[in-house]
Structure formats: C-alpha cells, structure tokens
Design a protein around this ligand. Sequence first.
Ligand code: BEZ
Length: 219
Amino acid sequence: MVLLGETFPNFIADTQMGSINFHEWLADSWGILFSHPNDFTPVCTTELARMIKLMPEFEKLGVKVIALSCNSVDSHRKWIEDIKAYAETDKEFPYPIVEDETRKLATLLGMLDPAEVDDHGIPMTARAVFIIDPTKKMRLSILYPATTGRNFDEILRVIESLQLTEKHKVATPVDWKTGDQVMIQPTVSDEEAKTLYNNIKTVPLPSGKSYLRIVSQPL
Ligand code: BEZ
C-alpha cells in the first residue's frame, strides 16, 4: 500500500501496447493509473470510453494515462473493441491497460476490494485512482466502490490544483475551478504574502485570526 508523498513503486507489466516498465514509461511526466474490477463490465466500459474522449485534456496537462484491470491482455484486446464502440470511435485505443490476472500488482498497490470477488471467490481490483508526479511521488489516491463510476472532471480539477500549488504558495478552496480565486497557504506569513501577492483580501473571522487570505489565481 502506497501512501501520499511516497515514491510510487516501479513495476514491469504486460499491456495491450506491449510490456511496460512503469517508471521508464512515465519518464518525467505526471501520470494517472486507474484500476477496474473486471473487463466487460458496464461501469468500467463507460469510464474507459470517457477517458478516450478526455485524453486531450490529460495530454494538455502533461499527464500520461494508464489503466489496470485484473484480466489478461487477450481479454483487454477484445474488451477494447466494445469500449471503442461505446465511445463511437474507430481510432486506435490511446492508452495502455495493464494485465494483472495474478493480482500481484493489485496486492502491491493496495487495490484489492474484498467486497468484489470473481467466480473463484478471489477479490478483484477496486476502482482506484492514483496520481503520480514527475518525481514519481504519489500525490492523490482515491478508492471508489465498484458500483460507483468515477468523475474524471474531478480528477482533472485535482491535477490542475496540484500543478498550480506546485508553482505558487497557494491552496485551492472548496469547489475551486481553474480561474477562480485561491487562498494563500497557512505556512506563508503575512509579511511574505505581501511580497508575493497583490490585492490580498483577508476575511474577518470571529477568532480574530487572519488565516483566510484570498487572492486571484496566479499565472
Ligand atoms: C461495473 O463495472 O459495472 C461493475 C464491476 C464490478 C461490480 C459492479 C459493477
């Protein structure tokens, strides 16, 4: 099980695009690894199809996309035809799907869901999402239940926030979207904040503490 801020483990795995050494494949990009309970399942099919459509958004942010499902490459290849049909595209499938029939990776990465078992009673992978930064550190980890499809707009929003807060000493508030106002990080003193940002709006609070400091999103 990997924790936030830890180096994401390297692995070598087969995909329908050939064998991948995960760290070499990522190189110095951001990455999203998202897992699926099973091939040929309805929710997963909608998710992988949506990811085809969102590929340009992930590419714009410099994020490489890779999926994992605990079935064989052969099964993934057949499933891809369904996913492409659902996505209404004839184009080549744009991202690799890792095979993990033995659940070796799912076990290493803490993805197994004891509530979802296959025909042999073996746990399948949960709907996990991991965001990995260019230094290979894990920056986001979410586990969804098998019966709930993910919201990939939210995943893009988090990546935008992570990339912004890498560059600037700000944090993004509830329901933030790119372009909205942001908050100055609590670790920044008022003196330093004044040297970094113009037009700081400090929200008066009953505690008298001046920690809610709002500024325009820096570029
Ligand atoms: C699905 O992808 O639709 C699914 C997979 C496992 C359990 C429930 C739903």
